[in-house]
Design a protein around this ligand. Sequence first.
Ligand code: ADP
Length: 462
Amino acid sequence: MRIAMMASEAVPFAKTGGLADVIGALPLALEYCGHEIIVIIPAYKCISEAKLKITRVSRDITSSVIGKNIKVFFIENKSYFNRDGLYGDKNGDYPDNLERFAFFCRRSLDLLKEINFPADILHLHDWETSLAAAYLKNLYSDLSFYKRIKCVLTLHNIGYQGIFAKEEFPKLGFDWNLFDIEGFEFYNKINLLKGGIIFTDFISTVSQTYAKEIQTKELGFGLDGLLKSRKNVLSGILNGVDYSVWDPSADRFIIQNFSLANPEDKALDKEDLQKICGLRQDKDIPVLGIVSRLAQQKGLDIFAQGLDEICKLNVQLVVLGTGDLKYHELLKAAADKYPGVISLNLKFDDLLAHKIYAGSDIFLMPSRYEPCGLGQLISLRYGTIPLVFKTGGLADTINRNNGFVFSRYANEELVKLIKKATEVFSNKDKWASLVTNAMESNFSWKVSADKYIQLYAKAKKK
Ligand code: ADP
């Protein structure tokens, strides 16, 4: 099959979260299975600044190659994409995000014809590209080149929908008749994700539990009714991990490689982490790691409420993340109050992320909701035991054999479970068997790619 993947970020070019990991890895697994893939993303400033091999294709298009021969195309537009952020800056989202991504979607569709890539499937991701489904079905439907193309839209996080003021609707280039309850309208505003969900042929999301959860009032963020009405074309496919990037036996960022054959060598990475974080080098103190966007969704509210108690448990905390200023401030105050207990790193830092996955004992991920979650899957491979709230992809991947799970979302429950985890940690044999189970788990992309291929085949037949 021929698959064109459009997304707003992709490893190794531009990343703010798990979406980039998916777009960097799924195409490789699909190519390995014999399919022809291209990827299209915006030409952000960080891409031209990175020292990557990029060639010019045409006036406003450049490209690079990933995997064996997967072309990644970058859509240029200096005024839209030549900025420091992908979606916004310290003042919040860029005010012209609707125009930026509408432009990206249309330019990407035009590109398919220019490079003569008659895709069977257009695979879209999240609100930034969901508009392409609406363009395809409305503005491009009469053009023979586009007639056969089927759309799959993957929802990575329904908490982000691309909502804009009604007045911006003309900028999309549609007739006003698409601005109604059966189209883009959402409480008198434009909802780009909603439009995508309506016009796409198939919808997937990134875990089976999350596919059910988004059909409920509690986690559907207002789109539960619509998703329920489309449940026949909605399914859940778990994300995989790119083990060529996240592999403790070959990771170049960590001081000591280890694997199931020598898990005890992980101790040297713990020592290294404690050293670079200014924490006491003591193998008997459990190190709790966090690598996360600092947002309420990630459980930062209950974590912050429980922090005083957590810090009194004879643990060390290494936090890496950026996000809501409120949590930056809260964590800064806690780090000042508990020196030697909290190492606070308010930044995006891939190298430190690798060191935290490798050097921590426990990985905290108390997300309020979590479509799939990659952090817990990565930490499993590094023998770092995830401690999670039972939701979405966390519920589908973590259980008592490979981690710790709490099922009532409250700071007391989180603290109680951390306490329990530290008790288990002090039992060397029990802990070693947990680590073995964790490291044995396999969430490679192969399994997930097979499921996407089945979904594409179904869409193609439709
Ligand atoms: P999200 O909802 O943010 O996409 P995921 O768990 O799916 O959450 O993926 C997050 C990805 O981003 C993981 O690869 C994680 O290691 C990485 N990440 C998050 N915050 C940081 C950070 N501050 N520095 C480095 N990597 C980060």
